[in-house]
Design a protein around this ligand. Structure first.
Ligand code: ZN
Length: 430
């Protein structure tokens, strides 16, 4: 899938990394993109005829009158709409797309690692050059996947990972539904905690093992056996301990929460984002606004839960009524001006379909530009790396995609990305 330009660039990066210390490093390779239409997510406007100069993995300059130095290869996207690489703030790339979580127990950790490589590849090819991955049943598989992609072992988006789920015993992020006398190995129960001090202990270990953020499960879940999405799981004390301990290591906290009280407990504790936010009430919306908490509302994946033939009956029962409530609350929170970042819970729907949520966000009240901003500038702000990605600007990573018609006129266009560049390397060009 990686084309020749990408291979050449990867090859150059690789050679540069291996050059003996005494040799002067070769100048990073340059390229340029001619963008017919350029969606400027920072100003919310579409510009025409822009040149993007790229050096190595970074954007060097952007503007209408830039001169392309002689000999620098030009990628001609003059008949396309160019925009920043997309960001999904809620994925599970290191877990299989499988409606039955207990199927994790049928595969070794090594099988899981190999079989999930395509999840990363299809996500990148769909135009998502960065993801915030928010939990994995086999602890630290996501850390390994992130590092393998970063080292160029296989193609995938830049990943920020949680390492495991911080959850109560038999809670939303635990492996539930087993006979009580079955003992799971530690990597399948890595994040289980039942007091503020146990929460701190798990977070200390995850921080040490390479997590980029912490995922806590504040309420029950839809896709967990024996769970009730309307129940409260972690207490306010435990959530405060999670945020304080994560902050000690410079990490932000993402809280899974469906029930209104669980959402408010997590916002008051100081989490960076509420995942799902399904039953958020007026007080929760006001609190999110006051605290600057992001909502990451996966308003598309109910389609998959309701239509997958093998969806367990108890999950369908949990999900009943929640999809419509979540979509109504998305509109309410949007109108109230709460910060929103794009997150699909990819893995619930098959990986690589991430862009299908854009149309739902527009249907439920966003302008197409707002929807695109949720997956670019807002997502980068939530992850805490606006200096690196989220817009096409000098100094940022050369993460650039293009589509063949105007996504502001028809947001579905983003479901068919024709060009993908990540860190200056071209991965897809139709
Ligand atoms: Zn999730």
């Amino acid at each position: 899938m990686i084309n020749r330009i990408a291979l050449l660039m990867l090859c150059c990066v690789f050679l540069a990394a291996r050059a003996p210390a005494e040799q002067a490093p070769a100048a990073a390779p340059q390229s340029a993109i001619r963008a017919g239409k350029f969606i400027d997510v920072e100003s919310g406007r579409t510009l025409s005829d822009q040149i993007i100069l790229i050096r190595g993995t970074k954007i060097e300059a952007v503007g209408p009158d830039l001169k392309v130095p002689e000999g620098v290869p030009v990628i001609d996207l003059s008949n396309m709409w160019v925009l920043p690489g997309l960001v999904d703030c809620h994925t599970h790339l290191a877990d299989a797309h499988d409606s039955e979580p207990l199927n994790v127990l049928k595969r070794t950790a090594v099988e899981m690692a190999y079989f999930n490589i395509p999840n990363a590849q299809v996500t990148l090819m769909a135009g998502f050059t960065t993801v915030r991955d928010v939990g994995v049943y086999r602890a630290l598989n996501d850390v390994a996947m992130r590092d393998a992609i970063a080292q160029g072992i296989f193609a995938g988006p830049r990943m920020y990972v949680a390492g495991a789920y911080i959850t109560i015993s038999e809670g939303a992020g635990d492996m539930t539904g087993l006979a009580p006398d079955i003992q799971l190995p530690r990597d399948l129960r890595f994040g289980v905690a039942n007091s503020p001090w146990e929460v701190r202990e798990r977070i200390r270990e995850l921080a040490h093992r390479g997590a980029d953020h912490i995922k806590v499960l504040s309420t029950g879940a839809v896709l967990t056996h024996g769970s009730n999405p309307k129940s409260i799981e972690f207490t306010p004390e435990e959530l405060r301990a999670a945020v304080e301990e994560a902050h000690n290591f410079g990490l932000r906290v993402a809280a899974h929460a469906h029930a209104a009280e669980g959402i408010k407990n997590a916002i008051r504790a100081g989490v960076a984002s509420i995942e799902h936010s399904t039953l958020i009430d007026d007080e929760g919306i006001a609190l999110a606004k006051q605290h600057g908490t992001y909502l990451v509302m996966d308003i598309y994946d109910g389609e998959c839960i309701q239509t997958q033939a093998d969806e367990p009956a108890d999950f369908l029962e949990h999900d009943r009524d929640l999809d419509e409530a979540q979509r109504r609350n998305f509109t309410k929170a949007l109108r109230a001006g709460v910060k929103m970042a794009y997150g699909t819970d990819a893995g619930v729907c098959p990986h690589g379909l991430n862009a299908r949520q854009f149309a739902f966000m527009v249907k439920y009240g966003m302008t197409p530009m707002q929807a695109i901003q949720s997956a670019t500038v807002n997502a980068a702000d939530l992850i805490g790396h606006s200096e690196l990605f989220g817009s096409i600007a000098a100094g940022k990573s050369a993460d650039i995609i293009a589509v063949k018609s105007d996504p502001l006129a028809d947001i579905h266009v983003l479901e068919h990305v024709a060009f993908v560049m990540k860190e200056g390397a071209v991965y897809k060009r139709e």
